[in-house]
Design a protein around this ligand. Sequence first.
Ligand code: SF4
Length: 326
Amino acid sequence: MSTPEAKTPLLEVRDLVKHFPIRKSLFGKARARVHAVDGISLDIAPGETLGLVGESGCGKSTAGKVILRLIEPTSGSIRLEGRDITALGAGDMLAVRRQMQVVFQDPYSSLNPRMPAGEIVGEPFINYGIGGASERRDRVAALFRKVGLRPEQMARYPHEFSGGQRQRLGIARALALGPKLIIGDEPVSALDVSVQAQVVNLLMDLQAELGLSYLFIAHDLAVVEHISHRVAVMYLGKIVEIAPRRSLFGQPQHPYTEALLESVPATRPGLRRERKTLTGDVPSPIAPPSGCRFHTRCPYAIPRCSQEEPLLHAVGEGHQVACHLR
Ligand code: SF4
């Protein structure tokens, strides 16, 4: 899979921060803050997939929701096609939402069980006042075909579909308004392995056909390696490494990335990976460690690591890492 040529980014995120205040009472003063996302910057080009990986609780899902403006950022900026959408009001965001859609992990909980599948997929057309009843039906039928479902299945209810088919419904609904960017929040994690491959291949086919960009949030590195052009690794609210897929999986530079890769079995013949589990618990995001946030678990830590925060810097073509030793 070749990386899309460098173009003006579709999405530009700069210094994005999301802290959640912890209060004793509803209107009380914040006693502490959860540092869920702590100053991340990333770009996604048209037609590009950026994988966003990290352990559970690293802030990757929160980052996706903040980019979508489903939750408000504490600070930083989000630009879509050059337009700053960080502080747009609800009316202006309505138009922006046509361009940015989401596919969630659990298709069952994101599909209304009391609505026929055709109505679920066609709901965005009603919300945006697009077409009359028969045009909407034709559009929904076309979306069903596009995601590998049959238009005859439009009258069925979500429980009558398999897990993979339900995720296809979620994708069809996300495609309805012709978005340019889809944020997948663990979109295949709840599916069986064989079904995961089918849904990932569907997403890749749709990208090739429609020129979509994806922010693909996942903890499964094998899936991320398969679908992504570039990959960003998050640890405790920070991006610690970002690189083209080949460099990240072939020459990981950050000790945390190394540890993540070592913790999964090799999926390619000839690539031997020693199975090691990342040791130690992820520190609390309420009081992240000083300096490098990974220093409490890093086997290479030196005294400087607990005192000074390493900044992302270039170590190769498009490859950046935040580590004092690289
Ligand atoms: Fe490890 Fe230090 Fe590098 Fe952090 S800066 S990853 S603690 S060596």
